[in-house]
Every structure is written in structure tokens, then in C-alpha cells.
Design a protein around this ligand. Structure first.
Ligand code: ADE
Length: 269
């Protein structure tokens, strides 16, 4: 999976993503990420990318031209990469049919330069639908994702109408820019990509994987501050441990997230 982040602060993105688990996953080639500087695409001789809003009001707006040209350049690069992969695949000695089918599907989903909207372009904005684990799972199926990060008072509506496929927020509060929300979403999506986490199972069993919050967990020592690890976890009885964990998940979800608990109950009882 390849994440493309269109931003005025590329260092912020790459510094964030190159760290820790995602950085390691990039080194192993499980995921790729690039931060593309929108300013590199401005035609303004002073490298300006923003201007006052028509109709008045405080703050500056990111202009359509650099955002549009930047997005088109990234879409073109995706189309080119996929075409190269397909050529490699058809001219190479690969006899593995599955691989060819997969590559063809990838090509179809990216389309070509004139059919650019097939790659999802996510505008990171408090005006979007709220990101959750289900959205992360849905987006993790894509081969490429483009995140468009706004700054100042936002982006000229006309370019959004032309390039954006999804408007997504990370919650009902306003941040100074789209970079942190983009990184939050990339983190949540990337960890669902096979190979990113060491233990594939941990993405399945954690909070929200089954619609519930995760059960409490303990490590050594067995007694700390007079608090003992629940004896069932030391019993070696896997069935009992699973039952205890489900029970704890239910108690915790009911207490902390009654909304999720009700949803779970409706679909399970
Ligand atoms: N940009 C500013 N605030 C945001 C939020 N809450 N979600 C997504 N993008 C944003």
C-alpha cells in the first residue's frame, strides 16, 4: 500500500511516519509513503499558495491551482507506476497467473490519467464523516491512497469538487491543519496491512476488532502494589481465559462505551 500525502509541511509527515512501527514497515517494504509539497506546484513567482477569501472574512484560503496540479501529478505518477508494473509483468517471465490478475485489477482500480478519480483522494477536514475502525478497514483494501491536507482557512471549493472522493474528519474538534489527522488515519490503516504488525493476530483481537473494547492485560510481576494478576490468566486453561476475556470486554465496554455495548448487544443477542 502506498500513502501519498499532499501537504505544505512534508517534513512533519515524513518525520512522523518514519518513526516506530510504520518506519520499520516501510524499511521492510510492506507499505510506502511520500509527502508531496503542494508549494512545489504553484505557478506564482513568489511561491504563494494562498490568498484572501472572496466575500471577506478572516484568514487565507489555499488556492485551487497548486492543489490541482499537485494532485494531478501524484495521480499521474500512480498511473505510470501501475503501467510499468503491468509491463514488467507481461514482458517478464512470470507464469504465475494469480499475480497477473492482481496486477490487472490494480490497474483497473487506478484507471488512467483521464480516469483519475478511481484512486481515492481523501480531503482531511472537520467537515467530513468521522473516521472509525470500519473506515480504516475499508481503506486498507486500497492499493494507493491520497491524503490532501488543508491549512489556513481551508481550500478553494472548486478544486475540492474536482479532485476529492472522500471527506473525512478524525473527530468533532478543529486542529490547525490536516497533517496530524492524516497521520492518525495512516497509522490506523497501515497497521491493518498484512506484515506491518509482527503479530497478525493482534490487529484482530484488539479494541473494535469485534465491536468491543479490549479486555485488561497484565505482565510481570504477578503482584505489584499489592495488586494480583487475575488467577485465571495463570491457570493455563485457554478456554477459561477466553471466556474471562470476553466477559471483561463486555464489562469494560458497557462501562466506558455504552453506545458500542448497545450495538454489540443488538447484533449478538
Ligand atoms: N483539520 C482540522 N481539524 C480536523 C479534524 N478534526 N479532522 C480532520 N481534519 C482536520
Amino acid at each position: 500500500m502506498f500513502f501519498h500525502v499532499l501537504t505544505l509541511f512534508p517534513d512533519m509527515i515524513m518525520d512522523g511516519l518514519n518513526t516506530s512501527i510504520l518506519g520499520k514497515a516501510m524499511e521492510r517494504g510492506c507499505i510506502r509513503a511520500e509527502a508531496v509539497n503542494i508549494r512545489d506546484y504553484t505557478l506564482d513567482k513568489h511561491l504563494k499558495v494562498d490568498d484572501y477569501t472572496y466575500g471577506g472574512g478572516a484568514g487565507m484560503l489555499m488556492q485551487a491551482q497548486p492543489v490541482y496540479d499537485c494532485t494531478m501529478a501524484v495521480l499521474d505518477s500512480i498511473v505510470k507506476r501501475v503501467a510499468d508494473q503491468t509491463t514488467e509483468n507481461t514482458t517478464g517471465n512470470t507464469t504465475d497467473n494469480t499475480e497477473n490478475v492482481l496486477k490487472d485489477e490494480t490497474k483497473a482500480s487506478c484507471g488512467n490519467a483521464t480516469d483519475a478519480k478511481k484512486t481515492r483522494v481523501i480531503y482531511v477536514t472537520p467537515q467530513g464523516r468521522v473516521f472509525d475502525q470500519k473506515t480504516a478497514q475499508e481503506l486498507a483494501k486500497e492499493e494507493d491512497l491520497i491524503f490532501l491536507c488543508g491549512h489556513y482557512e481551508g481550500i478553494d471549493e472548486r478544486v475540492l469538487e474536482e479532485v476529492v472522493t472522500d471527506y473525512i474528519s478524525i473527530g468533532d474538534y478543529v486542529l490547525t491543519g490536516g497533517e496530524l489527522p492524516a497521520m492518525v488515519m495512516i497509522d490506523a490503516i497501515a497497521r491493518l496491512v498484512p506484515g506491518v504488525l509482527n503479530n497478525d493476530e493482534s490487529a484482530q483481537t484488539e479494541s473494535f476488532g469485534n465491536g468491543l473494547l479490549e479486555y485488561p492485560q497484565y505482565s510481570r510481576p504477578r503482584i505489584w502494589h499489592d495488586k494480583e494478576v487475575p488467577p485465571v490468566l495463570l491457570s493455563g486453561d485457554h478456554k477459561k481465559v477466553e471466556e474471562w476475556r470476553l466477559e471483561q470486554s463486555l464489562i469494560r465496554t458497557k462501562e466506558r462505551r455504552p453506545d458500542l455495548y448497545e450495538k454489540w448487544r443488538e447484533s449478538h443477542l
